[in-house]
Structures are given as structure tokens and as C-alpha cells.
Design a protein around this ligand. Structure first.
Ligand code: AMP
Ligand code: MG
Length: 357
């Protein structure tokens, strides 16, 4: 155990069998209204007691997050769902049977015990049961309900390890639990159950085909595909409105046939470097050696979801630390998580895409 600074305690925990005394202490901090960052299988979360309005307000303050961007309530046991939702559609129960605990968030009409501070003023609540022994133990130690958005400063890429959390939140929260890098690396899939037909609000590890296999008809929120959120159309998932996951540099995605993409990116990079700019490139295993730029990052095998998803946010953070001015990225349409990966990359790019023939 070590102290990062005067305020934030930094604790290393075995991801598979976390020390019970340390979990109890972290749970006490949450019960008293404090904030604890913790690992989940998707990204690290910044936790506060979901039923305590003051704790939710602290979460918004620590992240610098707009208070109308709701938090996800994390539970560890199915019986804790019933008291916080007005109704529980049969289809949601079916989905939970397959995917909870897991990278799935579901939206329901909320009951009064969920404070407006937690739901961002909405009459609905987002609920998830994470699949991580540390997260599940912490939720139980805290009394059953932890409100947790991603543990990053609002607008920065989500944290996929505890060092990312410390970079953004050291000194601003009570404790950081470090259980190493996360398994998935992208935030949960969000499905809204407050309409007649379930609506996919945010793609994640669970893709639309996997949802339809269980639920039948599922609609896709238009904000996901065309950047309506960034263009001012009010989306159903309020967080989608903000330019999330953004690196400090200007990021452009170049898409098209492989040779055209490498050629175009090299041409653009050469021009920018002539102008004295520091240029970063995001490439895959098979193309990284084709590029000439200040910094080239190989984020893995373009056909392996796990590699690309796990590295995406880290790479964007590394470019921030390296003070890159311009980033060019290939597009990564991996077989399963391609939609989620491109959703995050497009948001980071503010939807700047260059298609080459
Ligand atoms: P995170 O991106 O990890 O901070 O998770 C929070 C996100 O969940 C928000 O930005 C919203 O997009 C979504 N969310 C949470 N609660 C609701 C809700 N009641 N209705 C729709 N989306 C929600
Ligand atoms: Mg977030």
C-alpha cells in the first residue's frame, strides 16, 4: 500500500481474490460518502454510493463532468435491481440471464430511491452488474449500489489501467484500487428498455447481432452512427452528446483500400511535418512498418477485437503525453467489436473521416 499524495490512497489488489480487509475499508469509504476508483472488465470506474446525492455530486466535481450526464448504477446481485426500477420487462430479464454479470448496461424507469443527482435529472436509471471480482466485492461492501462513470477527467479517453486513473484523479478522490489492466477496454453496451422496442444506445463488447439473437427486434439509436450527437441533436443517451474520448491533438481517420490509406497518411504526415508539426499515426501489425512519421503506434492485429479494443484508449493517452499535434488513424472494423471500436474512434476524431478510393 502506498500514498500517491496527501489525499488519494493507492491500493494494489489481486484481481481474482482481493484482500477482504482492504475491500471492507474501501466499502466503508463509500458508505461514508467518499469516492473510490475500481477496476471492472470494461474500464476503471469512479465509484460513489449511488443512493447518496452528495456522493454523486462529488463524482461530477472530481471528473469535471456536466451534471446532466447520468451515472451508471452498479449492482452485484439481482435482488438489488427490483427496488430501484419501476418495471422489469421480461426481455431485460432474459438479457440479464445471459449477460449479467457482464459488459451490459440496461436503462429502466427509476424509483424514488435513486436520487436525481445520480440519474442526471432523468426519470430513468442505467444499471449494470460488472463481471470483475473486485467490483462485485466492493459493491457488496458498499451496501449494494455504486454509481460509477468511467474514472477519467470528463472528455479524456476512458481509463484502462489504474495509472490512467491516477493521472486524472489523484488528489481528487479518496482511494484508487489497482488490479492491473482491464480485460475489454471499451465501455459497456447500453440498451434502453423504456420504449416498446429495446434500443441500443451505445455499442460495446456485446454487438447488435448478439442482442438481436436474444431479444429479436432491437433498434439502434441514430446518434451512434452519424454523429448526430456532436451535431446538436439530443440523443437518448445524454453522454453521447459530448465529444468524449478525445485526445488533445486533432485526430483524422483515413479509410479505404490498404495501399491507398498508407499512401494518403504518409502524404499528409509529410506535409504536416514540413510545417513543423509533431505527427502521430495509429496503425495495425501489418501496416505499422509502412509509415514515416514522428511517432507510429502499432495497436495490434486488425482482425483481433481484443487487441485493438484493449489498446485504443491507452494509445490516445500516450499521444497526449507525447504532445503530438496531429494524429492520423486507420479504421479498424474488427469482426465482433468493430462497431464499438469505430464508435469510440469517430468520437475521438470529432467525426473527421477522409475516404480514399
Ligand atoms: P460512462 O460513459 O462510463 O461515464 O457511463 C455513463 C453513460 O451512461 C452516460 O454518459 C450515458 O450515455 C449513459 N446513461 C446513464 N444513465 C442513462 C439514462 N438514464 N438514460 C440514458 N443513458 C444513460
Ligand atoms: Mg465515460
Amino acid at each position: 500500500m502506498q500514498q500517491c499524495d496527501g489525499k488519494t490512497e493507492y491500493i494494489v489488489l489481486d484481481p481474482d481474490s482481493p484482500d477482504a480487509d482492504l475491500i471492507r475499508r474501501a466499502g466503508e469509504i463509500l458508505r461514508e460518502g467518499g469516492l473510490v476508483a475500481f477496476p471492472t472488465e470494461t474500464v476503471y470506474g469512479l465509484g460513489g454510493d449511488a443512493l447518496n446525492p452528495a456522493a454523486s455530486e462529488k463524482i461530477y466535481a472530481a471528473k469535471g463532468r456536466p451534471s446532466d450526464n447520468p451515472l451508471i448504477v452498479h449492482i452485484a446481485d439481482m435482488e438489488h435491481l427490483v427496488p430501484i426500477v419501476r418495471e422489469l420487462p421480461e426481455k431485460a430479464v432474459q438479457l440479464a440471464e445471459v449477460w449479467w454479470p457482464g459488459p451490459l448496461t440496461m436503462i429502466f424507469h427509476k424509483t424514488d430511491i435513486v436520487p436525481d443527482e445520480t440519474s442526471g435529472g432523468l426519470p430513468t436509471v442505467a444499471v449494470r452488474m460488472p463481471n470483475h471480482p473486485v467490483a462485485l466485492a466492493l459493491i457488496r461492501a458498499a451496501g449494494g449500489y455504486i454509481a460509477a462513470p468511467s474514472a477519467n477527467t470528463s472528455g479524456r479517453p476512458s481509463p484502462t489501467n489504474a495509472q490512467h486513473v491516477a493521472e486524472d484523479l489523484s488528489g481528487k478522490i479518496d482511494m484508487i484500487l489497482d488490479s492491473g489492466p482491464v480485460r475489454i477496454g471499451l465501455e459497456s453496451t447500453i440498451v434502453d428498455f423504456t420504449e416498446d422496442v429495446p434500443v441500443l444506445l451505445r455499442p460495446g463488447y456485446i454487438n447488435i447481432e448478439m442482442l438481436r439473437k436474444i431479444l429479436g427486434e432491437v433498434r439502434v439509436d441514430p446518434g451512434i452512427r452519424n454523429g448526430a450527437a456532436e451535431k446538436g441533436v439530443r440523443p437518448k443517451a445524454p453522454g453521447m452528446r459530448y465529444r468524449h474520448y478525445a485526445p488533445k491533438a486533432s485526430l483524422t481517420i483515413v479509410e479505404g483500400p490498404r495501399e491507398s490509406v498508407t499512401g494518403k497518411i504518409n502524404e499528409l504526415a509529410a506535409k504536416a511535418m514540413d510545417e513543423g508539426k509533431k505527427v502521430g499515426i495509429i496503425a495495425a501489425d501489418d501496416t505499422a512498418s509502412c509509415y514515416h512519421a514522428s511517432i507510429v503506434k502499432d495497436i495490434g492485429d486488425r482482425n483481433t477485437d481484443k487487441e485493438i479494443a484493449q489498446h485504443l484508449f491507452s494509445v490516445l493517452r500516450e499521444f497526449d503525453a507525447e504532445n503530438v499535434d496531429i494524429i492520423y488513424s486507420e479504421s479498424f472494423n474488427t469482426p465482433r467489436m468493430g462497431q464499438a471500436i469505430m464508435n469510440r474512434l469517430l468520437k475521438a476524431a470529432g467525426h473527421k473521416v477522409l475516404s480514399v478510393p
